[in-house]
Design a protein around this ligand. Structure first.
Ligand SMILES: [Zn+2]
Length: 372
């Protein structure tokens, strides 16, 4: 067995009203003039005003998938406004963008050199501004994760990964997720669920993360229907936010084939496909592909979800249908020609080495055909 690397714990304030702790948290971490990174929708919703950080500089130009250009623009505002820290408020996109801004604030361009598949991990140092993450969706777990996914227009979507990208602290307030519409609650929630499944099935030795992933899986699967159907149900929102956080805490084990496929699919030109919805569609098919090498883990997941191991893929398919998400890639608008380059990109993805069953481009082709 290789030596395990197990890292815990990010400072997390969790619970209804936790957002009120933000000013004290900034003071504690010596941040006097933060750059607030968010998106235009959250500014329009009035949330940013409600959070009320009078001395913050605002950068709200984060697109639905953060791009190199948005990271550059954010780093520009950081310097122009003499900021000394970053607060990221939003879903995975503002949080990932904020993480990449924190790199560019102190590290030389080009940003692409810090991507993990370009050998960038050791190039990201601790000499960078602190990031406080405030999630407003329950899905990505980016508030405690060490990755930032950035789109590069001349190639693709690349992941920056480093322990120094883990936010200094996170504020997880379920009340901030109450306004999330049903479709986004469903899609982001399935992202959280797929993180718990994939990190649990990753063959890396980390029983601590395994326990967290299984607990998060049960919590999120039990709560997601209520969170989708009754958005104001704070208890359901709290369970989803915890499940999402737990999925994020276990990222250090690595993900698997669901994410290997959804990362390049999310970068198909001119076709914005939601990451969580892609994962929801792919999850049952990838479970079928992995079943033969994951017998014990399927037993444990089935126990948590009160089913039998052979019925796990079907359980997730039923769940996806119940929460109103599409069951196939074609129902999302994907056509066969969109898939041409996906298998080769999936094999190269950073999530591929930790899928429990090794796979080739031909295997990806087969799974995609079934999912189409
Ligand atoms: Zn994900």
């Amino acid at each position: 067995m290789s030596i395990a690397i197990i890292n815990y714990l990010t400072e997390i304030q969790f619970g209804c009203g936790a957002i009120r702790e933000l000013p004290q948290m900034l003071a504690k971490h010596g941040i006097g003039r933060p750059l607030l990174v968010t998106d235009a929708g959250l500014v329009r919703s009035g949330l940013i005003e409600r959070i009320g950080l009078p001395r913050a500089a605002l950068f709200a130009d984060v697109p639905s998938n953060p791009t190199l250009e948005s990271v550059r623009a954010g780093a520009g505002v950081f310097h122009a406004s003499d900021c000394d820290g970053i607060v990221a408020v939003g879903g995975g996109s503002p949080i990932d963008c904020a993480k990449a801004i924190s790199v560019l604030a102190t590290h030389p361009e080009p940003l692409e050199q810090y991507a993990v598949i370009r050998g960038g991990l050791p190039k990201i140092t601790s000499a960078k501004p602190k990031v406080i993450a405030v999630p407003t969706t329950a899905g990505t777990g980016s508030e405690v994760g060490r990755a930032a996914l950035i789109s590069f227009s001349d190639c693709c979507k690349l992941a920056l990964i480093s322990p120094h990208l883990i936010p200094t602290a996170a504020i997880c307030d379920p009340e901030l997720t109450l306004a999330l519409p049903p479709k986004l609650t469903a899609a982001t929630g399935m992202d959280a669920i797929s993180h718990c499944v994939e990190t649990y099935c990753s063959p890396k030795f980390n029983p601590i993360a395994d326990a967290i992933a299984l607990d998060g899986l049960g919590r999120a699967v039990r709560a997601i229907r209520r969170a989708v159907d009754h958005g104001q149900d704070v208890a359901a929102r709290q369970e989803m936010l915890m499940g999402s956080l737990q999925g994020g805490l276990t990222f250090q084990k690595g993900l698997g084939m669901v994410h290997s496929l959804s990362h390049p699919l999310g970068a198909v030109p001119n076709k914005p496909l939601h990451h969580g919805t892609l994962n929801a569609v792919l999850l049952p098919h990838v479970l079928n592909f992995n079943a033969s090498v994951c017998a014990e883990k399927f037993v444990a997941m089935a126990r948590v979800l009160e089913t039998t191991p052979d019925k796990l893929p079907q359980l997730f398919e039923t769940l996806v249908r119940d929460i109103g998400l599409p069951l196939s890639l074609s129902a999302m608008g994907v056509v066969a020609s969109d898939l041409t380059d996906i298998p080769a990109a999936a094999v190269q993805d950073h999530s591929t080495p930790t899928n429990p069953r090794a796979f080739t481009a031909a295997d990806c082709q087969t799974v995609l055909q079934v999912a189409l």
